[in-house]
Write a protein that binds this ligand. Sequence first.
Ligand code: PLP
Length: 263
Amino acid sequence: MSDRKPNVLVLSGLDPSGGAGIQADIQAITAMGAHPLPVLTCLTVQDTHNVYGAEAVDSELIRRQLDCLALDTPIDAIKTGALGNAAIVEVLLDFISRHKGSVPLVVDPVIKAAGGGDLADAELVRSMRDRLFARATVITPNGIELAALGESSEPAQAARHLTGRGCPAVFATGGHGEGDTITNQLYWQDESLQEWTLERIGGEYHGSGCTLAAAFSAALAFGKSLPEAIEAAQDYVAGAVRNHLRVGEGQPIPNRAWRWEEA
Ligand code: PLP
């Protein structure tokens, strides 16, 4: 077996319930066979019900962490979740333009926790939408994030709004809807569309968005195309949700170790 794995740089927040954020990223990327390089953007006060507060990490510390890593470590993909504040977006953009222009970048545009608690202020939302999305390979909004960012409750129109403003591809996840199936849609900038219809397992799972985006970034780090990486990530997340864990009294969380337990 090789002693090297693809490295995935992840910038996201700490959720002490272990359901979402950097723990979800580390576990999902590891389970997909890649190695996570975790950079923490914010510390949250949170349980499995909601987020009650968040404090960003100093953006200059993040700049030093990124520069230090880049001198030593190949980076095969980058994934972002909760980003803390707009200054951290600027540090990331500067890092990408100096070191990592061609590396796949998956942006999970985290705005709010499922319970409604805020994970991004208006300035951070603006800087993601106006500056970061154009540098992403793909963004992975859920239905609520897509409507807010794309300024329309009609998904195709909202996605077109974002691709029209420079975002190369929008992978819109349908897990927050209703019905027996989930439809996930990949909107490209040329207005073509690919769709995946999956069985709905039922319920809401804290950290499922983070888990999907992290698995997606790991599959891209292996050199898969966007549609191939989506399929690999969807399969992995379906297993994690089917084998979910009850950690607290709020939403269950995906069991990201399910493949080892089934092996
Ligand atoms: N990142 C952090 C640090 C969070 O606390 C949360 C949700 O609470 C999220 C991301 C988004 O979680 P989900 O995957 O449920 O959308």
